[in-house]
Design a protein around this ligand. Structure first.
Ligand code: ATP
Ligand code: MG
Length: 456
């Protein structure tokens, strides 16, 4: 039984009382990405294993230790995506999106799978918000992509995140750096883990990203910034100038090499100190060689991936509340079959106009129905019984103030919407008064909530 009633280790459910937070976050991210000209791309949850081996890189932790890889019934090696970039690049090349106006900017909200040791902020199924931009090698684009991530955090009110940037060079200058690293780590060969002993020959830069090695060993290693060619140096300086122009604070961290092989030039991370060891909420960079590596044309590109679960942890750690869940605008309590039929009709009509409302479908007592209405936070309630059916009117109660208004049953939908709109307007007025007319202090979304659709 335990296998049936327990989710797989490292996976999480989003429960009905929390899902609105995720939806709010997703909508916010989509909106901000949209403002920057990014359009959504959706790619399959699995791809040919080879795609990840080639793009993420076969000396990375992700490929060497973390992928969910299996043979399908046709004997193909399939891998559940461990990150979003590879699929986006594959799709970009496959569908010739380079023929569309350039730069091509895409974003995604997607699940990712990595066989890692589950802990706070580290799951086996997690979700990424990512953006990718194809077709420009200008440092202006690096800065714009970083600015997008920065704006997400700013919009949500997240504090204390540190933007760390670095440049890891290009195919011209990186080999010289790799050589220096190889010499350094060869002298410390006996301190390396088994995987890194192998990396020493094939990709010594990966050792800096390995979590097994001591900080001391990594801290004393040669620094990539000392090895950049003129072009990479100039690019990195300009990225900084753009960030300064946009007033985005950053620090240079020459230790960031990023966990995936495809990066060139700019790499960056947004790091928090509020959510424990897994503090990197967002990481990204430029990957100018990836399109060509995957068999396409040489097209410069860059992007980032933001961990949604880590973002959520951060919001919780900083006590940032997301707008409240949309509540029922109306709950109709009923006594008797005839009243229930009438309530069904009213609710049906109102829902067709986009009003979130409900009536009793359990057959509970009026008292129990009102308790339910209270618990679920309905804005308005009304009780329909024989008397109401006879008089053709019902008392509509605004739960916030207890105020009641008589409404005609045969014109309920129209009357109700008028009353609800008036209530929303006076709540807004009251809020404006208490916030001394400062609109910035008014939580409009909380006030109007789902009502926005039916007050227009
Ligand atoms: P880390 O150093 O924490 O392992 P990474 O370098 O492997 O991160 P990326 O591949 O850059 O991470 O993924 C981008 C973002 O996705 C990370 O910054 C993080 O927010 C999130 N992320 C990565 N792995 C996980 C995971 N196992 N569980 C939850 N979020 C993750
Ligand atoms: Mg990792």
């Amino acid at each position: 039984m335990a296998l049936i009633t327990k989710a797989i280790k490292g996976t999480q459910d989003t429960l009905p009382m929390d899902s609105h937070k995720v939806r709010f976050l997703e909508a916010t991210l989509a909106d901000i990405a949209g403002n920057y000209g990014f359009k959504e791309i959706r790619t399959p949850v699995f791809e040919h294993t080879e795609l990840f081996n080639r793009s993420v890189g076969d000396t990375t932790d992700v490929v060497q230790k973390e992928m969910y890889t299996f043979d399908d019934k046709g004997g193909r090696s399939i891998t559940l995506r461990p990150e979003g970039t590879a699929g986006a690049v594959r799709s970009f090349l496959e569908h010739g999106l380079f023929n569309e106006p350039s730069p091509m900017k895409v974003y995604y909200l997607t699940s990712c799978y990595r066989y890692e040791k589950p802990q706070a902020g580290r799951l086996r199924e997690f979700h990424q918000f990512g953006v990718e931009c194809f077709g420009t090698s200008s440092p202006a684009q690096d800065a714009e992509v970083i600015a997008l991530a920065d704006e997400v955090f700013g919009f949500l009110g997240v504090k204390g995140l540190e933007l760390q940037i670095n440049s890891i060079g290009c195919p011209h200058c990186r080999p010289v750096y790799q050589k220096a690293l190889k010499d350094y780590f060869t002298a410390h060969k006996d301190e390396l883990c088994e995987t890194c002993t192998d990396r020493l020959e094939r990709n010594p830069m990966r050792i800096i990203d390995c979590k097994e090695e001591s900080d001391e060993l990594k801290d004393n290693a040669p620094v990539v910034l000392d090895y950049l060619c003129e072009e990479c140096k100039d690019h990195f300086e300009k990225v900084q100038k753009y960030l300064e122009a946009m007033n985005i604070d950053f620090t240079i961290n020459p230790r960031i090499v990023r966990g995936l092989d495809y990066y060139t030039k700019t790499v960056f991370e947004f790091v928090s100190h509020d959510i424990g060891a897994q503090g990197t909420v967002c990481g990204g960079g430029r990957y100018d060689g990836l399109c060509e590596e995957l068999g396409g044309k040489s097209i410069p590109a860059l992007g980032f991936g933001m961990g949604m679960e880590r973002l959520m942890l951060l919001l919780e750690a900083q006590g940032i509340e997301l707008p409240k869940e949309e509540t029922m605008a109306l709950y109709l309590a009923t006594a008797g079959d005839a009243a229930s039929f009438k309530a069904a009709q009213i609710v049906h009509d109102l829902r067709a106009e986009g009003v979130p409302c409900a009536f009793d479908t359990v057959g509970r007592s009026i008292k129990a129905q009102m308790k339910y209405a209270n618990k679920t936070g309905a804005d308005f309630t009304a009780v329909i019984g024989d008397n109401e059916l006879e008089s053709g009117t019902v008392q509509l109660k605004y739960m916030e103030t207890g105020e009641t208004t008589e409404v005609r049953l045969d014109n309920f939908a129209e009357d109700f919407q008028q009353i609800a709109m008036n209530a929303a307007m006076s709540a807004l007025q009251a809020e404006l008064n208490t916030s001394e007319g400062d609109l910035a202090n008014v939580d409009l979304s909380a006030l109007l909530g789902g009502n926005t659709t039916w007050t227009e």
